[in-house]
Design a protein around this ligand. Sequence first.
Ligand code: PT1
Length: 305
Amino acid sequence: MNLDELFGGSSVPSLKIGRHALKFDRARIMAVLNITPDSFSDAGRLIGLDAALTHAERLLGEGADVLDIGGESTRPGAESVSVDEEIGRVVPVIEAIAARFDVPISIDTSKPAVMRAAVAAGAGLINDVNALRGEGALETAAALNVSVCLMHMQGEPRTMQDAPHYDDVVGEVRRFLADRLLACQMSGIDKKRIVIDPGFGFGKSQAHNLALLAQLGQFASIEAPLLVGLSRKRMIGTITGRDMNDRAAGSAAAALLAVERGARIVRVHDVAITRDALAVYAAMRPFEKAPKPTAVRPKSPWDDE
Ligand code: PT1
């Protein structure tokens, strides 16, 4: 037995992101860096780049393990942007971050041309809310030889919250992710490079989101690291009654619940508070005994009729 084995080094799973390895000896924090007109961009782009770099530096100082850079909003009702616009937003930021910081970079996109440009600029993980279902996306990701995050979404961002419907949300999302995982492997993507995500808020009612969170353990049967994005979402606002910029505590609680149920990566805006919440969990973890038996499901105020 070598030192690595003694200390769990070689037995801990990890995810390759470019020249980095994201080690899952604890839950990892993916910090959101949105490059959209309502965030850092401006007509001239220079001030925008500077603001984005300042924010990236802050996220890293607070303990982010990965930066997820996105140039197109995918929140409910969002309109899509052109390929050129998206590349123009994200590539300068990725290049600048890759040049200045030693951090794994993820690109939040569904467009093959953006994937290529972002990877050339320094991204090592493709985070596609469309799970590589778009024209040419799967082939592009496979050819780029990078890691990928496959997310479940019912419908498309502009209309996905109109009337989400499932007979069995957990079963259907799990089946979808298992199918996409297989499709990726058949296209030549190494299974070790694939992450899955149930897609909180993407074509889901409050009850759907809560069922997914409560039963996140069901995704353990898919042998891929689980990523969740709950940060500042409407789901948290509905529970707490708080608006977007006042959801950090609720989001940290949700992230913690997800990690307790098996999530390996949490995609968040509020890195410092999330890191503290996860540190409490990591400190407690070694003292755990056998899992508690599951109680009868109590009634939730978010139950559908
Ligand atoms: C996510 C995610 C993402 N979320 C991954 N990528 C967004 N892998 C962008 C709301 O209900 O969960 N996983 N990229 C942001 N999208 C949303 C969706 C933001 C819903 C807000 C809501 O408020």
